[in-house]
Design a protein around this ligand. Structure first.
Ligand code: F6P
Length: 739
């Protein structure tokens, strides 16, 4: 209220000053015009009176004055005639009694100059104009014209009255409008925000109110929002901890990981390096949009960074990244860690990322019968980009003693050795997210020695499965000099030991997208079909994911069990990936073509078996599909882990969806309650779809519950804790001799 009064007071004072100021100026202007009019009229009258008056006074006439007065005087105009000594010869009767006030003007006229001014005569404003009377070249007297000027005052008063009314109306309008604006834009939003924070305090999960005016409340709302989110996160973590304590389980949570890092590493920041950045910025018209890339690596690492804080070094690949900055706090609005972007030019990106990493190492490590392409210039770029990232990391780690570095994936095979040489005190882990092939497959790589030596620069090399660890150690044993210690699962070279460990990666125990998506009825209605069963697939369009094979298996399912036509629909969310590579372009085409053929063969009025959405999907968009699906298909031909399978499971905490999972995905080791399939065997996959839609509810529930427990107990927090614990155990101060 006090704010409103202050605001109104200030506005009133400003309005008063401006209105009065303008009224005064208007008055002056009008007065000038009225006086000019009086002056003109008085001068004309004086001119008219002068000649007959000069004749009478000059000749010394005793009579004739009454006629002159009768001729020129009017109700609003009085006349007075004086002799050369200023004696009054004649005057209109109505002013005669108070002519003393004009004597100074008469004297001036007798001295030869006309005089004019405003005077009060008989209590009335009067314009007086006195002219000299000259007869035969000598001054013989003066004639005065007195004009009634009372209308000047009348006009003045009416102007002030008008001004007062104007002021009153303006004041009322201003008060009303200000009151409404303050109520809508200030009082109500603040009241809503207060109600929201009150609800949050009581532990309810409520969406923040819409921000009324971003320019006014944006920063405040953002701060309150981020505070509320931190609070909510802390509360969830605390509740989780409490639940776990009650259940006596030993599950890793975000909070527990935080505490672990605090105790073991004295809160030192953690450094992560990956090719893919957790958030890309894209330009959309004039606006800049944050996009979370379709990447299992990001899905896994982001919760760890949110828990531990630190610096994540990655390739700034978004179109608007440079406009946003090379070093930014994430999540935007509630920063918990720093993203440091590394810029690559087109040649570097093409040689290192598209070329060596994705046309060379990717098909080399995935057994999908795709021939790797090895080009010397790509290798040159791969080495140079690894150097570039190493330099950036060293710069970031400069002031951190014994830094912890988690290197991610096949893009940075050389980086562990580069960093370790410059910072022997660093504890370096390399985690290889994709499979490691057997020795026979790997040895076709022309730079196999350099790759292995680069990787072995790490203190710890992690793979998704024991099988990949075995393949790696065998490759090392048969390729380079050094001792493979099979008992300790380590490679000893000089005074440096690299430990090799299976560390199956996972996801956070809760799917983090806000759960306000459409419900099942709405999802199905949007598909335009009255189906009973919803199947879902979420993949990058990559030849390792087995998409065309999956659609062919779905076709086989409907052919073998036609009674399920119109009752089952399969929705594929497909995110285009690496589409500059010709093989990926061909795959996009092949995938679309396969969907087209399946639908053409089977579709009936109002129903088609496969709904294919090919575009980037945000996390929040995917969640409702996971939540309401009756079955999810992860049928990769080969996959390091595949986190879509685990995301589906954690989203189905209360559900009974069926997971159909490729035996050749690392996730198959962890999720034994999935329906495991050979993705190359179309009948096998079709049979699994049939099993999914015919399975008893109890069995579906039991299977899903076991898988949920598995993922929650082996979440990404546990993965990070195991990795960090292993690193912590490594002896320090190891120097690497130049190879
Ligand atoms: O599986 C390997 C991997 O690097 C993942 O970490 C990630 O999910 C995927 O490939 C993404 O590929 P890209 O970063 O090339 O789009």
């Amino acid at each position: 209220m006090r704010f409103l009064l202050r605001l109104l007071g200030a506005m009133w004072i400003a309005t008063l000053a401006v209105t009065i100021g303008f009224a005064w100026l208007e008055l002056q202007e009008e007065r000038r015009e009225l006086v000019a009019d009086l002056e003109r009229r008085a001068a004309l009258a004086a001119d008219a009176v002068r000649e007959p008056a000069e004749r009478l006074v000059g000749r010394g006439a005793r009579t004739g004055y009454e006629r002159l007065l009768a001729r020129f005087a009017r109700a609003d105009r009085a006349i007075a005639i004086y002799d050369d000594l200023g004696g009054l010869l004649a005057a209109s009767a109505d002013v005669r009694a108070d002519l003393g006030v004009i004597s100074p003007l008469v004297s001036e006229a007798l001295r030869g100059t006309a005089a004019r001014t405003m005077r009060v005569v008989l209590g009335r404003a009067t314009w007086v104009h006195v002219v000299p009377l000259v007869w035969e070249d000598r001054s013989v007297g003066a004639a005065a014209v007195l004009l009634d000027a009372r209308h000047l005052e009348t006009r003045e008063w009416s102007l002030w009255r008008r001004t007062a009314v104007r002021l009153g109306v303006l004041g009322l309008l201003l008060t009303g409008i200000t009151f409404l604006v303050v109520r809508w834009s200030v009082t109500q939003p603040i009241a809503r925000m207060a109600a929201w924070t009150r609800q949050i305090k009581t532990g309810k999960e409520v969406a923040p109110p819409p921000t009324a005016d971003a320019s006014l409340f944006g920063p405040l709302a953002q701060e309150v929002d981020s505070l509320a989110r931190s609070l909510a996160r802390a509360r969830i973590a605390a509740e989780h901890e409490a639940r776990l304590r009650l259940a006596g389980e030993s599950v890793w949570t975000e909070e527990r990981l935080k505490q672990f890092v605090r105790v073991r590493f004295d809160d030192r920041p953690i450094f992560v390096v990956s090719n893919r950045e957790p958030v890309s910025h894209m330009r959309e018209g004039r606006a800049v949009r944050s996009v979370r890339p379709a990447s299992g690596l990001v899905t896994a690492l982001e919760p760890v960074m949110l828990a531990c804080g630190g610096v994540w070094v990655a390739h700034g690949s978004g179109g608007a990244d440079r406009d946003v900055g090379a070093r930014i706090g994430l999540p935007e609005g509630d920063p918990q860690y720093t993203l440091r972007r590394v810029w690559l030019d087109a040649a570097e990106e093409s040689g290192y990322y598209y070329g060596f990493a994705n046309e060379g190492l990717w098909p080399l490590c995935h057994i999908v019968h795709e021939r790797p392409q090895f080009r010397a210039e790509d290798w040159g770029h791969y080495c140079a980009v690894n150097e570039k990232f190493a330099r950036t990391l060293l710069e970031e780690m400069e002031s951190t003693p014994a830094p912890i570095l988690l290197v991610q994936d096949y893009h940075f095979a050389l980086l562990p050795q580069m960093v370790k040489r410059a910072r022997p005190d660093a504890r370096v882990a390399l985690f290889w997210h994709i499979p490691w092939p057997n020795f026979e497959a790997f040895r076709i790589c022309p730079w196999q020695h350099e790759i292995l030596l680069g990787m072995l620069g790490a203190d710890l090399v992690g793979f998704q499965t024991q099988f990949h660890c075995n393949n790696f150690l065998e490759t090392v044993e048969r390729t380079i000099e050094g001792r493979v210690d099979w008992d300790r699962f380590a490679v000893v070279r000089g005074d440096h030991t690299a430990h090799v460990l299976p560390l199956p990666i996972s996801v956070a125990p809760e799917f983090d997208a806000p759960g306000n998506g459409p419900d099942r009825t709405r999802l199905l209605a949007d598909l335009g079909a009255e189906v009973e069963f919803l199947g879902i697939g979420v993949d990058r369009v990559d030849y390792t994911k087995g998409l065309p094979e999956r659609f062919r298996a779905i076709r086989r399912f409907f052919e073998r069990w036609p009674e399920y036509r119109r009752r089952v629909v399969f929705v594929q969310l497909a995110s285009p990936s690496r589409s500059r590579i010709p093989r990926y372009q061909a795959l996009l085409h092949e995938t679309e073509e396969t969907v087209r053929q399946v639908n053409e063969a089977l579709a009936e009025r109002g129903w088609k078996p496969v709904v294919y959405h090919q575009r980037h999907h945000e996390h929040a968009e995917i969640q409702p599909w996971y939540l309401h699906a009756d079955f999810c298909m992860v049928t990769s031909l080969h996959d390091g882990m595949n986190l879509v399978a685990k995301e589906f499971v954690v989203t189905q905490q209360q559900g009974d969806g069926v997971l159909i999972l490729s035996r050749f995905a690392g996730a198959a080791n962890d999720l034994r309650d999935a329906l495991l399939v050979n993705p190359y065997d179309i009948d096998d996959v079709a049979g699994a779809v049939h099993r999914a839609v015919t399975m008893e509810r109890d069995e579906r529930r039991r299977r899903m519950r076991r898988m949920v427990s598995q993922v929650q107990e082996h979440s990404v927090y546990r993965w990070a804790a195991m990795l960090l614990a292993e690193l912590d155990r490594m002896p320090l101060g190891v120097s690497l001799a130049r190879e």
